[in-house]
Design a protein around this ligand. Structure first.
Ligand SMILES: [Zn+2]
Length: 202
């Protein structure tokens, strides 16, 4: 398990460096469509690897639970960028590129408040599926915001953006984040009312 955690941590580091190179420095980077698609894909891949690393720390959940939650983390990490479409009120890439402000899904204050409410709700109701889902949302938005923070800083509404994060700082943070959250999860989780999660349709 420890070797798997090391491999996954290195994979996140590799995905961040390789992904940034492909998005910003490859010969296709001048193409707006390619850049938008590749950037969102890199967010998704980092979310997926982060969830796998989170579950590599002995979560004691069913295969179905970790597979579903890993997919959720992948999707949430990628779909946070739907924000740009919402703010631009258009699917046109030129309109999206001309937007000079970020939407609420890129607001770290908003995401922190919403996930704290969800975390408190799942903690008191002892619903393991909502508890895990909340951790996946936290993992997805924090890794996404930290990676975006490399270019534009992290946004805490109603306060200003932070300074852009250095490359090494951002890569280090997204590499340690899943293991840190797994540690918090394992030491703060309540006694769940149902140990085995049933996802029905999935
Ligand atoms: Zn983004």
């Amino acid at each position: 398990m420890r070797l798997l955690s090391i491999i996954l941590t290195l994979s996140i580091c590799g995905a961040a460096y390789m992904g940034d190179y492909i998005v910003f420095n490859s010969k296709y980077s001048s193409n707006q469509m390619f850049r938008a698609f590749a950037d969102t894909s890199v967010h998704g891949v980092i979310g997926l690897l982060s969830a796998l690393l989170f579950f590599s720390h002995g979560m004691n959940v069913t295969t179905q639970a970790w597979v579903c939650n890993t997919l959720i983390c992948f999707l949430v990490s990628a779909f946070i960028d739907i924000d740009h479409v919402i703010v631009a009120k258009s699917f046109n890439l030129k309109d999206i590129a001309n937007v000079n402000r970020r939407g609420m899904f890129h607001d770290t204050s908003f995401c922190t408040i919403m996930s704290s409410i969800l975390l408190a709700f799942s903690h008191f109701t002892r619903k393991q599926n909502i508890y895990l889902l909340t951790y996946m949302i936290i993992l997805a938005f924090t890794s996404h915001h930290i990676r975006d923070g490399n270019r534009r800083g992290i946004w805490f509404y109603p306060y200003a953006h932070t300074q852009p994060l250095g490359k090494c700082v951002y890569v280090f943070l997204i590499c340690v984040l899943p293991s840190f959250l797994a540690f918090i999860f394992n030491y703060t989780k309540p006694v769940f009312s149902h140990r085995v999660i049933q996802y029905g349709m999935v």
